[in-house]
Design a protein around this ligand. Structure first.
Ligand code: AMP
Length: 370
């Protein structure tokens, strides 16, 4: 594990007036570059050749400079790391960054300063740790089943790693679980290795919300407050095929048609929540941030708590994304909530750059970079 001291050492060599915001060209990179530019930062896109055209097609969100790599995980190479260090780069890690490079590689061998607390990636990458984080934050969480033999209700079966829902399935009994698992292994949707450690969770029926929080360690809401949890926006993920599965049901029931819902994220849609539920949503964000302090020194910057709200208005939290989520891409010019926080259009990407700028001005970069 690279220590805070090692990153602080790298940072000492930086020209603080010339910080550049860098990330891999994927996931929420357009928004990150766009927001960074709005705050006056130079931007660097680490890009595979096939992606360059997309970024050049949006001049206001294109990075000022491309570093072309054969594959995203090349950022780990000594050559690219020293290039980034020479350019005073600060990395903004997003979901694809973590997936392509690997949480362990980032924590053990990526020397470039990153926005946020890289320890949070360890907690989001391990389902047991993440559920314990939610539990300790006092959130309602779905019931967990240690073994398939315990299944006594509808469950969702998940697999390790940020796989965008690939291979997940629903089961309503032990026998149903065994049958569906076998089928998935045979179809190559789930590896034998992953099949050995399924995460079996109670399926919560309701409406999903994915609120986007930002933990600022530099400003409070009221005088004397040193930090604040901002609820900047929210979205709902669109997952194929489950989110439009009703369309095929014109031809029969799912059982008759032998169709299983799948949960592969294909995009995001805007959503809002009853104002009467906002205190609870804000409280969840605050509790998750407060608990993270005890667990690993605290989350810094953007995160999301994935939840399902049931008909009795209970939010059941089933996942934390401890970094910027792609649902924030809906709001490059700010959201229906950021409008009440900032006079200017404030995306999550811009919010990151704003915090970095403020930290630089206050000589507190070590508090937002690790
Ligand atoms: P995850 O990998 O945990 O983000 O799950 C992927 C998707 O599966 C979510 O976006 C939800 O649509 C669905 N999902 C996950 N867990 C649950 C749950 N406990 N109850 C209902 N739906 C869930």
């Amino acid at each position: 594990m690279i220590s805070r001291e090692e990153i602080a050492k790298q940072l000492k060599k930086y020209d603080k007036k010339k910080l550049a915001i860098a990330t891999i060209c994927s996931h929420s990179a357009l928004q990150i570059f766009h927001g960074a530019r709005q705050e006056g930062f130079r931007t660097i896109g680490i890009c595979t050749p096939d992606r360059r055209e997309l970024y050049e097609s949006y001049p206001l969100a294109a990075p000022d400079e491309f570093i072309i790599v054969n594959k995203p995980s090349d950022v780990l190479s000594e050559k690219i790391q020293s290039q980034l260090l020479r350019k005073n780069a600060v990395i903004v890690p997003h979901g694809s960054f973590v997936e392509y490079v690997g949480e362990k590689n980032i924590c053990d061998s990526f020397q470039v300063p990153m926005f946020g607390n890289r320890l949070s990636l360890k907690w989001e990458g391990d389902r047991k740790k993440m559920m314990s984080w939610l539990h300790q934050a006092g959130c309602h969480i779905p019931r967990h089943f240690e073994t398939p033999s315990q299944i006594d209700r509808v469950v969702i079966v998940k697999f390790n790693g940020a796989k965008g829902g690939r291979g997940y399935f629903l089961a309503n009994s032990t026998a149903d679980f065994e049958k569906k698992m076998k089928k998935r292994i045979a179809e190559g949707l789930v590896s034998k290795e992953d099949a050995e450690t399924p995460n079996i969770q109670e399926f919560i029926n309701g409406v999903r919300y994915y609120p986007h929080y930002f933990q600022s360690v530099l400003m409070g809401y009221r005088k004397g407050e040193k930090e604040r949890t901002e609820l900047l926006s929210m979205d709902k993920r669109l997952e194929s095929n489950v989110d439009e599965i009703y369309r095929i049901m014109a031809a029969g029931t799912l059982q008759e048609l032998d169709i299983n819902p799948t949960y592969v994220v294909t995009g995001n849609a805007p959503i809002t929540i009853r104002e009467s539920m906002m205190p609870e949503l804000l409280s969840i964000g605050k509790r998750v941030a407060a608990t993270s302090k005890k667990l690993f020194g605290g989350i810094v910057g953007p995160y999301c708590v994935e939840m399902v709200v049931t008909p009795d208005l209970t939010p059941y939290c089933f996942e934390i994304s401890a970094r910027i989520v792609a649902g924030t891409n809906l709001y490059p010019m700010g959201s229906f909530l950021s409008a009440y926080l900032f006079k200017e259009p404030m995306s999550t990407g811009r919010r990151i750059a704003r915090e970095l700028k403020l930290a630089g001005k206050q000589n507190r970069l070590d508090e937002v970079l690790y």
